[in-house]
Design a protein. Structure first.
Length: 252
């Protein structure tokens, strides 16, 4: 493992990458046969937000987290006391990295400690834009893992699972902008994103002014729309900050 220091995790969880929404967690339980397994709610790649970490360039996030079941869920039962659950990293694509809560890198064959009964643990996922293997056109990066028990409960190891991540900037993403006059005579720019990454969070900005930054969450089809009211009668440009895309609108 290569450690970057426990103190840096404060920066990650304190704003660089917010903690995973509870409903996006990967729930870890055990079958009636005593074998570990997970339930995952997401059926699309996990978009990572743009990193502002001084040492980790690219995209960085802590979602999804791993959470031990506390009550039965379908065919899975809760993790019992005495368990010591770990994620074993089976494979990971170049330019994608996994860190533990101390920001020590977990390498293939290594382990991310999840905890015992009742745990909720956030790994840190990083698509490294400075890695020579990083190519924007790839679009989706994947890792494979399984869940193992090193405690006294002796649960059987899970099957191998796959998790996908994306930058939120889909290779086929389209940005358009049009200026319209409102009934009160003012001008409004309507910007639309299509063919983006499902549920990605993007920042739209007009005329390179950070004060206009507007958060847009795309839907499951990778679509979304933002309105910028009360713009001047002029030539304007709209950009998706994280992706470097730009569209132009004439308010004339």
């Amino acid at each position: 493992m290569r450690s970057r220091g426990a103190g840096l995790m404060v920066l990650v969880l304190g704003g660089v990458a917010a903690a995973a929404p509870h409903e996006n967690n990967i729930h870890v339980g055990v079958t009636a046969e005593g074998v570990l397994a997970v339930h995952m709610e997401m059926d699309h790649p996990q978009p990572l937000p743009l990193s502002i970490h001084p040492d980790l360039h690219g995209w960085l996030g802590t979602s999804p987290a791993f959470e031990a079941l506390v009550r039965p869920d379908g065919d899975l039962n809760p993790i019992e006391e005495g368990a010591d659950i770990h994620l074993e990293l089976i494979s990971i694509q170049p330019a994608l990295r996994l860190y533990d809560h101390d920001l020590a890198e977990v390498l293939v064959g290594g382990f991310l400690h999840l905890g015992g009964a009742g745990f909720e643990t956030h790994g840190v996922y990083h698509i490294d834009s400075e890695d020579p293997a990083y190519h924007f056109e790839q679009g989706v990066w994947e890792l494979e893992y399984r869940i193992v028990d090193e405690g006294t409960t002796g649960y059987g190891s899970s099957q191998v699972y796959m998790q996908h991540f994306t930058t939120g900037c889909a290779a086929d993403q389209r940005l358009s902008a049009v200026c319209k006059m409102r009934r009160d005579g003012s001008w409004q720019i309507v910007a639309k994103v299509k063919r983006g990454s499902a549920m990605a969070e993007l920042t739209l900005r007009i005329d390179e002014d950070p004060n206009t930054d507007t958060l847009l969450m795309l839907d499951l089809d990778g679509r979304g729309k933002v309105k910028f009211p009360n713009v001047s009668m002029d030539h304007h440009h709209v950009e998706v900050v994280e992706c470097g895309q730009m569209a132009h609108a004439e308010c004339m």
